[in-house]
Design a protein around this ligand. Sequence first.
Ligand code: GLN
Length: 451
Amino acid sequence: MITLKDALKLPKEEIKNLRDELRKKIDENKALGAYVEQLTGEAINEYGDGVPLLIKDNIQVKGWSVTSASKILQGYVAPYNATVIDNLLKVGLSPFGRANMDEFAMGSSTETSFYGRTRNPRNPSCVPGGSSGGSAAAVAGGFAIAALGSDTGGSIRQPAAFCGCVGLKPTYGRVSRYGLASYSSSLDQIGPITQNVEDCAILFDAIAGFDPKDSTSFEREYQKSAPKLDANRKFKIAVIENYIDQTNPDVAKALWESVKTLEKEGHTIVRKMMGDCAHHVATYYVLATAEASANYSRYDGIRYGFRGEGKDLKEIYSSTRSQGFGDEVKRRLLLGAFVLSSGYYEAYYRKAQKTRKLISDEFATIHKECDIIFAPVSPTVAFEFDSGKTPLEMYLSDIFTISVNLAGLPAISLPIGFGAGGLPVGAQLIAKPFDEQAIFDAALNLEKALK
Ligand code: GLN
């Protein structure tokens, strides 16, 4: 598939051909279930006439259905554009199709979608990761030029690693959340999923910047990264040894080889240890579910999409939510309501807030000494469908990514090699807040060196 960089150079009439070619490729890859329209039998949604991009089904495109891959939002049509969509349109990019995802972005395998699963293009009996599995599968499979995803605990980085493409979780506040269906408002960020590092910088430049419509948007002028890309910059990189040691041997091997490559490229490598990431998982699942339980109270059958039967308001609420939400979403809403309930608030929610601060401080201490932190994305390569994982085991897929959301930091996932079954392995580069430039420069260097 043509890169985003090259597609942006095409004259208008060729973009039309590109869209036709893309439509054909999407059809050929129907069985992978990456595009929601392919799963529902609808034609591909199009908006504008720029370079076509795939958009995760939780980002609003005016006039399109937007459902977060849930039954409860069936029939809901976006009344306005998310700010990121307006930003794309300004630079000659345009939404083209909705990407499949885990219901309400809760998941690590894109198995919980109302529309059915997405398959990994590298091996269709394996999951593509999640929750932005549709976005990553289409980009890695060569039937999307680039895509937008969202990342609350790893949902851009982990599927990018499982499918073998590049994904960036921006600094919290760097990209507007206006028009993104909130999961956990203090953790969510929209970000790019692309074929390579340069495209990632280009797409990030298109969507980043202050937005007065988002009260958590950071009011600092954004300097574009792509024009300043420099693969020759040298960094001090902290390698998190105890995290690499916790990954499967095939993943660890690929990661250590990358560390060697970075050293050869002239970066200064420092070996570091970080605290037990089991705490990160616990902290995340208390805070994310608490925020979700507050955010999802709006899905009441009155304002959006699907409505259940009932003789009074309470019955309508109850039947809408019982039938409209899938099991994983219900599990999390129950947990979230529980940790916020009186008597448990101090024991769980407050404690998780304190732990969040400690996690953030731990990163800040390393970042005082080092520009970049090198860590795994996931402990394994993509796993098979119906792996029999319990919810808790599934939550461990994000053990190395969720702390980055808790600390609000920017991080990229880029492919560095292959592990068991010839499936891709990703590495994570984590920078200081708002230093996406360092991430792109270091990632570009590693990408080139590994070629
Ligand atoms: N897999 C994690 C979860 O299930 C992260 C999801 C996300 O980043 N949206 O919550």
